[in-house]
Design a binder for this molecule. Structure first.
Ligand code: GLN
Length: 488
C-alpha cells in the first residue's frame, strides 16, 4: 500500500476495498517503524487521525458525498496551524505553543476529507536549507541517512520519500519546497504567489512565502492544488477567482510549445547535474517541445537581493515574539526591557538571531537606501527579466539545485548554505509558479531534480509540462531503497 499515490488510495477507499481507518492505521504503523531512522516529524496526530478516519468511514457507509482528498493521509510542516495542536516552527520559542485557530490550508484539507496524520520538522522559522537549524532535531535523507533531506521543509520531504504519507505540505520563501524535493526524488511545487492562502502560516518573508505540496506523483500535486489553491478572504494577498482545473489539464498536449533555458547560468554547477539537466531537455525535445535560449542573468543577484528583503521582512514579522504575547517568557526578566531581551535571547536559535540582526540593519536609518531600497529595485529588474523571458517562451527550465544533497554537518559557512538557493529564489522574487521534478540520479545514487517555472497564474501549465515528462520517464517511480518495504 505504501507505493500507492494519494489518488490511488482515495480510489481504493471510494470503491470500499479498504477503509479510511485501515489506511490511517497502516501509515501510523509505518511511522512507528521508520520515523526513528529519519526523524521527519515533530508530532504525530494518531488519535485525532483515527477518529477522523472512523467518521469518514461512517460517512461513506451512509452514502454521503466524500471530498476530493477522502482518506488520504497528509503531513503538514510545523509552521501551519491546526487548532488545539502545537505549532512550534521547530523553535524553542514556540515549543509549547498551541494554535488557537486553523490555517486555511488545514480547513480546506479537512473539508475535502484529507486526514492530517503529523506535523513535520523544519529549519527554525523556515530559515535554512538542511533542516539542521531545527532547535529540536536533525532530519535524515531517506535515500542516504548520512545526508540532509534539504530544507527548510526537510521533514515534509523526508516523510513522503520514506512513504510515511503520500502527500505533505511545505512552505517556500526562497526554495524550501523545491530544494528538498530535488534532494528526496519528489515533486515539490511552489504555486504563484497569492494562489494558496497564507492565513495560519507563521510568516517568515511575507512577500515571498507560499505554501505548496510534496508528492511522488504529479496527479497528487494537481489534486492538492485543486483543494488548497483558491481565494481566501483572510489573506489580503490572496488572488481572487483563481481556481484552476489542474487535473483536467494534465493531458493537454505540449507539442510545439517553447521551453526557455538560461544556458549561461549552467556554468557553475555540478557536472553530473548539468548532464542530467541536458538529458531532460532532450526528453522535452522528443515530446515536440522547442528549446530556446533565454537571458535570466540577473538571477546572479538573486541571493543578495533575497537575503536583504527576506531578513528585513523576517525582522519585522518576528518582532511579535516578545515574551509577552506568544511562546516562552524568560523567568529571570525583571523589567519590560528584560522580558524582550532575555526571552528573545533564550527562545531564538543562532540562525534566526543572525537574520533578525541583518534585517534590522538593512532597515535602519542611514542604511535603508543602500540596502533595502536597492534590493527592491533589483527585485523589479528580475521581475522585468521574467516578463521578457515569457514573451519568447511558454515555460522556463532551470536546474533545481547546484549540487545533490550534502552530508549532514558538512556545510558550516552560512554563505555557502545560502548559495543552495541560487536557482530557486528568483521565482519567489518574481512570484511565478515553480516546480521541482525528478530527472535522475548521481553516481552516488542521490536524486537529482530540475525546475520548471511558468508565467504568473499559469500553475496548471507547469503541472502539465511536468506530467508529459513523467509519462516519458520513470525517475519519479524509484523509491528510496531503505524504506521500500513493509513495516514489520
Ligand atoms: N534556504 C532559504 C533560507 O534559508 C529559503 C528558506 C525558505 O524557502 N523558507 O532562507
Amino acid at each position: 500500500m505504501y507505493k500507492k499515490t494519494g489518488k490511488e488510495l482515495n480510489s481504493l477507499f471510494l470503491q470500499k476495498q479498504i477503509s479510511a481507518e485501515e489506511i490511517v492505521a497502516y501509515f501510523i504503523k509505518r511511522i512507528h517503524a521508520f520515523e526513528p531512522s529519519i526523524q521527519s516529524l515533530l508530532s504525530t496526530l494518531e488519535s485525532r487521525a483515527l477518529e477522523k478516519a472512523r467518521a469518514l468511514d461512517l460517512k461513506l457507509s451512509q452514502n454521503k458525498p466524500i471530498g476530493k482528498l477522502g482518506a488520504i493521509p497528509i503531513i503538514l510542516k510545523d509552521n501551519m496551524h491546526m487548532k488545539g495542536e502545537k505549532t512550534t516552527c521547530a523553535s524553542q520559542f514556540l515549543k509549547n505553543y498551541e494554535a488557537p485557530f486553523d490555517a486555511t490550508v488545514t480547513t480546506l484539507i479537512e473539508e475535502a476529507d484529507g486526514i492530517i496524520i503529523g506535523k513535520a520538522n523544519m529549519d527554525e522559522f523556515a530559515m535554512g536549507s538542511s533542516t539542521e537549524n531545527s532547535s529540536f532535531k536533525k532530519s535524515y535523507n531517506p535515500w542516504n541517512l548520512d545526508y540532509t533531506p534539504g530544507g527548510s521543509s526537510g521533514g515534509s520531504a523526508a516523510a513522503v520519500a520514506a512513504m510515511l504519507a503520500p502527500i505533505s505540505l511545505g512552505s517556500d520563501t526562497g526554495g524550501s519546497i523545491r530544494q528538498p524535493a530535488a534532494f528526496c526524488n519528489l515533486y515539490g511545487f511552489k504555486p504563484t504567489y497569492g494562489r494558496v492562502s497564507r492565513f495560519g502560516l507563521v510568516a517568515f518573508g511575507s512577500s515571498l512565502d507560499q505554501i505548496g505540496p510534496f508528492a511522488r506523483s504529479i496527479e497528487d500535486i494537481a489534486l492538492m492544488q485543486e483543494v488548497i489553491g483558491g481565494h481566501c478572504p483572510y489573506d489580503s494577498t490572496s488572488i481572487p477567482n483563481s481556481k484552476e482545473p489542474y487535473l483536467n489539464e494534465l493531458e493537454t498536449s505540449i507539442q510545439g510549445k517553447v521551453l526557455g533555458v538560461p544556458f549561461s547560468l549552467l556554468e557553475n554547477i555540478d557536472e553530473e547535474i548539468k548532464n542530467l539537466f541536458l538529458d531532460a531537455l532532450e526528453v522535452y525535445k522528443s515530446l515536440g517541445v522547442k528549446i530556446v535560449e533565454i537571458n535570466l542573468d540577473l538571477i546572479k543577484y538573486s541571493i543578495p537581493t533575497y537575503y536583504i528583503l527576506a531578513t528585513a521582512e523576517a525582522s519585522t514579522n518576528l518582532a511579535r515574539f516578545d515574551g509577552i504575547r506568544y511562546g516562552i517568557r524568560s523567568p529571570e526578566a525583571k523589567t519590560l526591557e528584560e522580558i524582550y531581551e532575555y526571552s528573545r535571547g533564550l527562545g531564538f536559535g543562532p540562525e534566526v538571531k543572525q537574520r533578525i540582526l541583518l534585517g534590522t540593519y538593512v532597515l535602519s536609518a542611514g542604511y535603508q537606501d543602500a540596502y533595502y531600497k536597492k534590493a527592491q529595485k533589483v527585485r523589479s529588474l528580475i521581475i522585468r527579466d521574467y516578463k521578457h523571458a515569457f514573451e519568447h517562451s511558454d515555460m522556463i527550465a532551470l536546474p533545481a539545485t547546484p549540487t545533490t544533497s550534502f552530508k549532514l554537518g558538512s556545510i558550516q559557512d552560512p554563505l555557502k548554505m545560502y548559495m543552495q538557493d541560487i536557482y530557486t529564489i528568483s521565482a519567489n522574487l518574481a512570484g511565478v509558479p515553480a516546480l521541482t521534478l525528478p530527472i535522475g540520479f548521481s553516481a552516488s545514487h542521490l536524486p537529482v531534480g530540475m525546475q520548471l517555472q511558468g508565467p504568473l497564474l499559469k500553475d496548471a501549465r507547469v503541472l502539465r509540462f511536468a506530467n508529459h515528462f513523467a509519462k516519458a520517464t520513470n525517475f519519479h517511480q524509484k523509491l528510496a531503497p531503505l524504506f521500500d518495504k513493509e513495516a514489520s
